[in-house]
Ligand binder design. Structure first.
Ligand code: ZN
Length: 360
């Protein structure tokens, strides 16, 4: 059965309006233009998909529907007719009646949409994509949150005097970084160092004790700065964001998400890098050494120090996150052989370095 509604049609091209009769089919709103004798002189078809609706309140008895530059003024009752024929018409969605009658349908639809989004996220949102979505300011905030969390949960004791000295040393290195880097010296027997997203580097005192030259220290700090600058730390963090966190974000439960992220990230052993990331950070450090006229052999010396670390140690350490030391040493040797560089004594670094020692 076809229900016709009287309506007013405004033709944008001729800027005239007609009395018309409208009805809905599965695909179209059909507009019959009437002549003076009430005969159909012309029929216009509007596809449901192309129709837009005005923002008049739903209680208004007249609704205006747009199609391109033309529009139609129809009794709001007409929308019920459309609904019976084509319930998915986008211009129906602002109607309360529609929402009320289709709650269960909408609920299922919403779940399906979310599931589809999840699938899309897991399939297409690679680590890279997620990393690129995060602006540096957010990265800095994430890093700061992590720093506080880690210091608290791991009961890290910061050596303030050595922290001050190592930061003073760091400012004497010429390097370009988009992030403000702060270094923290942790009182610990472990040979460890790691970088957090956005600018915090932790160096453990036992490792610092073994470092005997400015070159070795620049090699270490340059490498960790590379992880920050090249956003490896952020990448590593994103890789470890659990499914739970992702789902929480999708469902708008941000507290749950951040709690999940933090609980994952506070496990430092999760902060691991790919071999490619390691070699890129080494390249970054090598460039810094060359630019500062420091002997890149300092990198080899640093790797030798790290090699002495007990590899069976369960606690996450620089060795576990830097597993291919031999391979990396080969690369440094090759780079030294290939690259031309001049080595000079940097008096400011040489002066700053002894202040790092635990007794001074
Ligand atoms: Zn590394």
């Amino acid at each position: 059965m076809r229900t016709f509604f009287r309506a007013k049609y405004f033709d944008a091209i001729d800027n005239v309006n007609f009395q018309v009769k409208v009805h809905a089919t599965q695909r179209f709103v059909v507009i019959d233009v009437m002549d003076e004798e009430s005969h159909v002189s012309e029929t216009i078809y509007w596809e449901h998909e192309g129709i837009k609706r005005d923002a008049f309140p739903n209680t208004s008895p007249i609704v205006r529907l747009y199609f391109g530059a033309s529009y139609l003024e129809v009794p709001s009752m007409f929308l019920n007719e459309v609904k019976s024929k084509f319930r998915f018409a986008p211009y129906l969605s602002s109607s309360n009646a529609f929402l009320a009658n289709n709650k269960s349908f909408l609920g299922i639809g919403l779940v399906l949409v979310i599931l589809a989004m999840l699938v899309v996220l897991f399939t297409y949102l690679t680590e890279n994509f997620l990393v690129n979505l995060i602006p540096p300011q957010t990265e800095v905030k994430i890093g700061e949150m992590l720093r506080q969390q880690i210091v608290q949960q791991e009961h890290l004791k910061i050596d303030t005097a050595r922290t001050k000295a190592v930061n003073a040393f760091y400012t004497q290195i010429h390097l370009k970084s988009d992030y403000k880097v702060t270094i923290w010296v942790v009182k610990s027997d472990e040979l460890n160092a790691f970088a957090l997203p956005g600018g915090n580097i932790f160096v453990y005192s036992a490792l610092l004790d073994k470092i005997k030259s400015p070159e070795q220290l620049v090699a270490l700090l340059g490498h960790e700065t590379g992880h920050i600058q090249l956003r490896h730390s952020l990448r590593s963090v994103m890789k470890n964001v659990s499914t739970y966190a992702l789902i929480s974000v999708i469902f708008g439960d941000l507290n749950g998400a951040s709690a999940a992220v933090l609980s994952q990230l506070s496990k430092l052993n999760e902060l691991s890098y790919s071999r490619e990331n390691e070699s890129d950070a080494d390249k970054f450090a090598f460039e810094i050494m060359v630019q500062n006229h420091l002997n890149p052999k300092g990198m080899l010396e640093l790797f030798n120090i790290l090699k002495t670390k007990d590899q069976t140690e369960a606690i996450p350490g620089i060795l576990l996150t830097h597993p291919k030391l031999e391979e990396r040493m080969l690369w440094v040797n090759a780079a030294i052989a290939k690259k031309e560089f001049s080595v000079e004594i940097n008096p400011r670094l040489s002066r700053s370095f002894p202040r790092l020692s635990p007794v001074h």
